[in-house]
Design a protein around this ligand. Structure first.
Ligand code: MG
Ligand code: ZN
Length: 215
């Protein structure tokens, strides 16, 4: 019975996700569902990306967080429209949460919507929220065993960003193993090595975005 219940929840979620997608498509918005573990550097990556691109691309952000508004405040300081979803303990965003806040964004004035999911390596990948692409952010400090431990995150994503590569010399992180394991789960996965801190690889990430945006 439990299996059936979960299946029904996911089917209901998928229907709302399709509605979200229709609305985003009508407004010509490319939507990213950004997923990672806590502390992988999603918010820093977002800040840098916004400052680099906001003069060329109209960006909007939905920030998912379990409790605080700290990350949303940082994004707000960049000047782009941002909506915070406080999940009140829930460990992922779902389609209905996005549906209930999307009208608070100026949808007709946004080209790229980045949805920062709750930091968690399990269920964010199970719930579609209306995105065009999932982007997985893995930082070198998290260890190189993550793809095989949390395969759905990697098999559902269109792009893997490997962050904090500037710290690799101080860790046992085997980047070739991460790439090999990730590609074994998802042969079509794009992989870009970055350091949001030093700027390494960031142009390549912006290029990935620009290829997908109607600009
Ligand atoms: Mg964050
Ligand atoms: Zn969850």
């Amino acid at each position: 019975m439990k299996v059936k219940l979960i299946k029904n929840i996911l089917e209901a979620n998928d229907r709302i996700s399709e509605e979200n997608r229709r609305i985003f498509n009508q407004n010509k918005i490319f939507v990213i569902n950004m997923m990672s573990a806590p502390g992988a550097g999603k918010t820093t990556l977002l800040e840098k990306t916004i400052y680099a691109l906001k003069d060329k691309i109209r960006i909007g952000v939905i920030e998912g967080d379990i409790a605080t508004t700290r990350d949303a405040e940082k994004i707000e300081a960049t000047g782009v429209p941002v909506i915070q979803i406080t999940t009140d303990g829930a460990c992922h965003l779902d389609a209905n949460m996005i549906r209930s806040v999307m009208d608070d964004l100026p949808l007709s004035e946004i080209d790229l919507l980045i949805i920062e999911n709750v930091g968690n390596l399990v269920c964010p990948a199970e719930f579609k929220i209306g995105e065009d692409a999932k982007v997985m952010l893995l930082s070198a400090t998290e260890g190189d065993d993550k793809p095989l431990k949390y395969p759905l995150m990697f098999s559902e994503s269109s792009l893997l960003l490997i962050n904090k590569t500037d710290l690799i010399p101080y860790t046992d992180f085997d980047i070739s193993k991460v790439k090999k394991d990730s590609l074994s789960l998802n042969p079509g996965l794009d992989i870009i090595e970055i350091s949001a801190k030093t700027g390494k690889g960031m142009e390549q990430w912006y290029g990935w975005l620009k290829e997908r945006l109607p600009i």
